[in-house]
Each structure stands twice: as C-alpha cells, then as structure tokens.
Design a protein around this ligand. Structure first.
Ligand code: GLU
Length: 299
C-alpha cells in the first residue's frame, strides 16, 4: 500500500457568509491535493461561534461547493453538534493538569505580549467567569514542522502563551475544536490558507497534550485585496458566481491563483472537466511560496 492510500484531507469553512474567491482557492487547493493523492476529501462546518454564523450560510456554502464540482466524501460534520467531544477533550486535559480556569481579563495583562499565566496555580478571582487555558509550560513538544510550501517552521514554545480552549462566554475556542475534529475525522493532511499558519503551533501543542497524531501541513498563499487585506465578508469580497460562465471563469482563476498554469482553453470547460485536468496536473512545486496573492483583475 502506498503512503498516499491513507490520505484524508478536509475543507473546514466557518459559515460566516458565502464562499468568495479566497475561500474557493483554499477549498480547491485542499480538494486537488487530496484527489491527486487518490485520497478522501471531507467537509466540516466550523460553526462554533453562532453570532458569527448567519442562518443558512452553511447550506449556501455546501451548494456553492457542489456548483463548483467540489464533491466531498462521507457526511459533513457541524462543530455545533460536537460539544460533548470538546468537553471530553477539555476534561482529559484538566485531569492531566494541562488545562486550568482563568479569570483574568485581557485588560489586566495588556502590558504583556502573551498571557503571563497568573491563574496557573489557582484562579485569581473566583467570583468572575472563567475561560480555560492550556498550560503551555507543561504541554511540551517542540513546535515546528516542515510546511510543504513554506518549509521548516519553528516557534518558541515560550512565546506561544497559554492558548484559550474554552472562552469565558462558554463558547469553544477554534484551536481546541479544530484539533479534536481533525483527529476525529482521521485527517492526515491539512491544506489551508496562510493566515492560519501561525495557529499551527498551538494546534500541535494540543495534539501532543491529547496524544493525537499531527497531520502534514501545507499553507496556501492567501488571496488579498489590492491593498493587502484578506478577502473576507468584512471587506465585502463578493460571493462566488452562481451562473455557469461565472463559475467556469472563477474556477479557472482559482487554478491560476494556485499557480497551476491551466491552458487558456480550459476556461470554457465545465467544472468537472477543469477539475479532471487539475487533478491530473496538480503540482505543489509549481506554487510560489508567497504569503499573499493579490486578487487578479476581472477578466
Ligand atoms: N474555519 C477556519 C476558517 O474558515 C479554517 C480552519 C482550518 O482550516 O483549520 O478560516
């Protein structure tokens, strides 16, 4: 059996709005990397922060993925249904003395770069609501990996601080949920935007603390506006096209943004035909290791 026979990748959007060109690039990159390795590609809806997730945005995203031909394997999972799994992980960390409640407010420690760990040996103010943090001083593991695009990455554990696992408002933190779910879904390869690269060390610390495997990582150049902002709902990135010409053009554009140099005639082909070509020709070594890629002008 080849190593790639076990490949399991995923796309894990936060349903804060419809997908735009930037999220299409992340979805497409992870899809192509999985399919080119004859692997599986899963979808997980990261809706742990309800105020950020308007109703119906999840089904819009799934419809958009289908319209672009990005079909997934297995059942979609929703983080909003996974509270028990996150609680179980937190309990496990607490039992091992690796997580602690913290009553401090950001205002109290704003003079420091990272939270100084004042509540590590007992909560500072028992009358206040608490967040839960990881003891980064105990959850030791050299944090670093060989990113498939950005190469060797090393982070000083002392500079990471005690990451929040559960917030004071009782919402689960992204770092905990993502680690628990990547392991639950058996993810072997994470392909996602460069904006998440500096989250990876916390996720690795948590993987170690929970005795979970660490996947391989490939961070993709982030599509940014002409003034360097990440495309997002906040800066009014337009939603992906819905009609067939627009879909073909944007899929083609996403392949260009991934430096795959699609032949010009491919733009007129159906999403299925474009994807077939892209899977056969997928090459990570074509990708330029740039943190940011400006949105190309409308063609
Ligand atoms: N939910 C995150 C986002 O939409 C992505 C998480 C991940 O890929 O690890 O930015």
């Amino acid at each position: 059996m080849t190593a790639t026979a076990h490949y399991r990748g995923r796309f894990a959007p936060t349903p804060s709005g419809p997908l735009h060109l930037g999220s299409l690039v992340a979805a497409l990159g992870s899809y192509l990397d999985a399919r080119a390795a004859s692997g599986q590609w899963l979808v997980r809806i990261e809706d742990i922060d309800p105020p950020r997730c308007p109703e119906g945005a999840d089904s819009t995203i799934l419809r958009q993925l289908e319209a672009f031909g990005l079909t997934w394997d297995g059942e979609v999972i929703w983080q909003s249904h996974r509270h028990d799994a996150y609680q179980h992980a937190l309990d496990q960390l607490v039992e091992q003395g690796l997580a602690y409640p913290c009553s401090c407010s950001r205002k109290q420690w704003q003079a420091f770069d990272i939270y100084p760990g004042w509540c590590r040996n007992g909560v500072c103010d028992a009358t206040k609501p608490v967040a839960w943090r990881l003891r980064s001083d105990l959850a030791k593991r050299p944090v670093g990996w060989n990113d498939r695009l950005f190469g060797e990455q090393h982070f000083d554990p002392a500079e990471l601080g005690d990451v929040v696992l559960k917030r004071k408002d009782q919402l689960w933190a992204y770092q905990l949920a993502v680690v628990v779910d990547d392991a639950h879904q058996g993810i072997t390869n994470i392909v996602r935007g460069y904006d998440l690269l500096d989250n990876t060390p916390w996720q690795q610390q948590l993987q170690a603390a929970l005795s979970l495997p660490t996947p391989r990582y490939l961070h993709l150049p982030l599509v940014v506006t002409t003034d360097g902002q990440k495309l997002s709902k906040q800066n009014l990135a337009p939603a992906l096209a819905e009609e067939s010409t627009g879909i073909r053009r944007q899929l083609f554009q996403a392949l260009q943004l991934l430096d795959q140099a699609p032949p010009p005639a491919l733009v007129d082909e159906s999403p299925e035909a474009q994807l077939r070509w892209a899977i056969e020709n997928w090459s990570v070594s074509r990708l330029a290791p740039l943190a940011h890629r400006p949105t190309p002008p409308e063609q």
